[in-house]
Write a protein that binds this ligand. Sequence first.
Ligand SMILES: [Zn+2]
Length: 430
Amino acid sequence: MAELLIGQLLRFEGDPMTEGPDVARHSSRGAVVIEDGRIAAVGEADALRRDWPGAAVTDLGGRLISAGFVDAHVHYPQTQIIASWGKRLIDWLNSYTFPAEMRFADPRHAADVAALYLDLALDHGTTSMCSYATIHPESVDAFFAEAEARGMRAMAGKTCMDRNAPEGLRDTAQAAYDQSKALLQKWHGKGRLSYVITPRFSPTSTPDQLAALGSLWAEYPDCPMQTHLSEQVDEIAWVRALFPEARDYLDTYETFGLLGKNGIYGHAIHLEPREIARLREVGAALAHCPTSNTFIGSGLFDMHGLTQAGLRVGLATDTGGGSSFSMLRTMAAAYEVGQLRRYPLHPAQLWWLATQGAARALGIGHAVGNIAVGMEADLIAVDLHSTPAIAQRAAQAGDFWQALFPTIMMGDDRAIAGVWIGGKAVRALA
Ligand SMILES: [Zn+2]
């Protein structure tokens, strides 16, 4: 039976990064009709009530109905090391990340953490994500099995490393190819799942391994590929030392067939003009991870320059290098990073980056990340008065954006009042 959700409604009819905030559509008394897991109608509440007299009505009052959040770059195996103190990228990997990832050789541990992570994500209103797993194929199986059990549209891949990582977290060029291919054939396109070819980053892959994964991508060009790019200055110097013949960091991927339109490059902070030009030419996407970039001390992403250059950008937590599971907190950090670069993002742009922008960066924007007829009904209800501090500020708002912005800046999982996956309520209305 059809279900009619009534509340405030926020959706997009264009890209506010390039077209401006006016492409966002807000209704103070809007509605969505869900039928067979998809959005069957969108409009004003009174009109849809009339047109769908048989639908079961859920009235959310003043809560905001939005597409669920989409997280463009996370490491689910790092769930338990989030908020670890005092390190920068390379030390952080060695001190915290690698020991944590070592434990994923145990399939039971992998299943436990995958379940823990996905439940935390849903609590925070994140309905889709693109995750790195670990070197262990079992870590990919665990993640996809748990995502499938929850009916989620999720993406992940085996994180390949064959050098500069401890014993137990290294594969080989051939094993990376063989295991990635087997996982891809097992999971890619199964239900709502997508496999993502995943070299961690060029310092931890030999040229042979990058070439092996490049040839796998050439066999499956519709499959996404994710990796890290130009996160920290020390890292870039290390890449230069490891690949003396490369023109720049991106060239270490490009040379081995790992630059393409289905590529998602995390961080991309300290890019050279040639790198920006090449990323744009091939139509690649970037994942902006602002809480990670400040937490690990990486630098300030150039949102204005890169979106004006025509690059697709999605917002991402980078859990556990990022310091929050919340896309609201992540939007707040993106705003703060923007301010430090003299580019204050409009609330419509922040919301877009965490929903349809991220979905487009991942190549799933046709299916999720917005409210439109035919899209999959992954939705959230957001309470714009979730704490006393937010409520007193929102009460002073003169328009919708002023009412929303306190939740963007100060909100967390308490603001997520309901979550629907494929039209099914998976988090009850608080
Ligand atoms: Zn990352």
